[in-house]
Design a binder for this molecule. Structure first.
Ligand SMILES: Cc1ncc(COP(=O)(O)O)c(C=O)c1O
Length: 385
């Protein structure tokens, strides 16, 4: 069987290191907010060329915390793309803000030419999603954000190690948010998330929000007490010692794993280029980290079911854009959006997003995918298309 994603081979290779890391934590006697988290926060923020890093429970929380720290709340609007994973939008809605969607470009990323048209008086922030492992056009986004005084929160859940003009994902906007969900480029063995910033004030505020809004307070005795006093409404979102320790063991391999992903992508690019199949495009300014390798074909459902019969299992990320989902279909894309006036909107404003959702699917992509396995995928695809 060839899976679309698999961690078991990685675990086989790293088992001793990982079990040793877990054992060390259990023996240390500190399970939450201990030395492993501190070390990981230092090392992973450095890896991302950022001054400050905060471990949190997951990336959904990371984006929520980031937006809250930027003062986003009820009555505000946040702009993002609709071809993202649901949690990008969950996080925005968690703050009380509403969402505005812009369409995507040929790289499946935020179409920056549509961005200004979606900005209103209420817009507070932009959440560019570096989807599939490739970064958005951050130069254009930052220019518009600076002109309009908007905050930029980079959703880097799928783009660990990716670069734009040599700059790491999460190091260009005001804040970067990462997921360590196990399937990700850099995954934990459970949930986890991370926030980076170069702004000390945002860092202090986000650290406070992560842990129930609590801060040290002077007691009547004159002593400072770091416990049990909330200075603002926060959340409870922590990256525990076990996961920080496992991630510390995995971090030295990350660049090697990304290089392997790029090698697999190059092979797909080369072998599939003459088929009637849309292949992913890498922007010349980008280093794509290939979280997933996404292709497009009008008969994708048939292709996927035929390959499943050969025990080759593919995936769709994502079959439905967010703006058609029951939970979020009330959000519009601009003040002139047809959805405002029509019961059933033609969604012409998010045309490319909708077109893509109907035809995309992803091929097996992970560092431990063997050459022979990739060869089988390629051979079977060639037979089918
Ligand atoms: C683009 C994107 N944003 C945010 C998230 C949320 O990550 P987490 O599962 O760590 O909350 C994910 C994960 O699925 C994602 O792919």
């Amino acid at each position: 069987m060839i899976k679309v994603w698999d961690y078991l081979k990685e675990y086989k290779e790293l088992r001793t290191e990982i079990l040793d890391a877990v054992d060390q934590v259990f023996k240390n006697g500190v399970l939450i907010f201990g030395p492993k988290l501190e070390e990981f926060e230092n090392k992973f923020s450095k890896y991302n060329d950022c001054k400050y890093g905060i471990g949190v429970g997951n990336c959904t929380d990371a984006i929520t915390i980031a937006l809250k720290a930027c003062g986003v709340g009820r009555g505000d609007e946040v702009i993002t793309t609709s071809n993202t994973a649901v949690p990008t939008v969950t996080a925005i809605v968690n703050t009380g803000a509403t969402v505005k969607f812009v369409d995507i470009d040929k790289y499946s990323l935020m179409d920056v030419t549509k961005l200004s048209g979606a900005i209103s008086q209420k817009t507070k922030a932009i959440v560019p999603v570096h989807l599939f492992g490739q970064m958005c056009d951050m130069k254009a986004i930052m220019k518009i954000a600076e002109e309009k005084n908007l905050k930029v929160i980079e959703d880097c859940a799928q783009s660990h190690g990716a670069t734009y003009n040599g700059k790491k994902a999460g190091s260009i906007g005001n804040i970067g948010c990462y997921s360590f969900y196990p399937t990700k480029i850099f995954g934990a063995y459970g949930d986890g998330g991370f926030i980076t910033t170069n702004n000390e004030q945002l860092f202090d505020k986000m650290r406070r929000i992560r842990f129930l809004g609590m801060e040290k307070k002077k007691m009547s005795s004159g002593h400072w007490n770091g416990k049990y006093y909330a200075v603002e409404h926060g959340m409870n979102s922590r990256l525990d010692e076990v996961h920080a320790a496992i991630l510390l063991k995995k971090l030295p391999y990350l660049d090697k794993w990304i290089a392997r992903r790029r090698e697999i992508a190059n092979r797909y690019n080369e072998e599939l280029k003459d088929l009637d199949l849309e292949l992913p495009l890498e922007h010349p300014n980008n280093k794509h980290a290939y979280y997933i390798y996404v292709v497009g074909h009008k008969n994708r459902d048939k292709i996927m079911s035929d390959l499943a019969k050969q025990d080759i299992h593919l995936n769709i990320s994502y079959p439905w854009p967010i703006h058609i989902m029951d939970a979020y279909k009330h959000f519009v894309c601009s003040d002139t959006c047809l959805k405002k006036t029509e019961v059933v909107c033609s969604y012409t404003c998010l045309k490319k997003t909708e077109e893509q959702a109907k035809k995309i699917f992803s091929l097996p992509m992970y560092p431990t995918l063997e050459d022979a396995e990739q060869e089988t995928v390629i051979k079977e695809l060639k037979k089918l298309i």
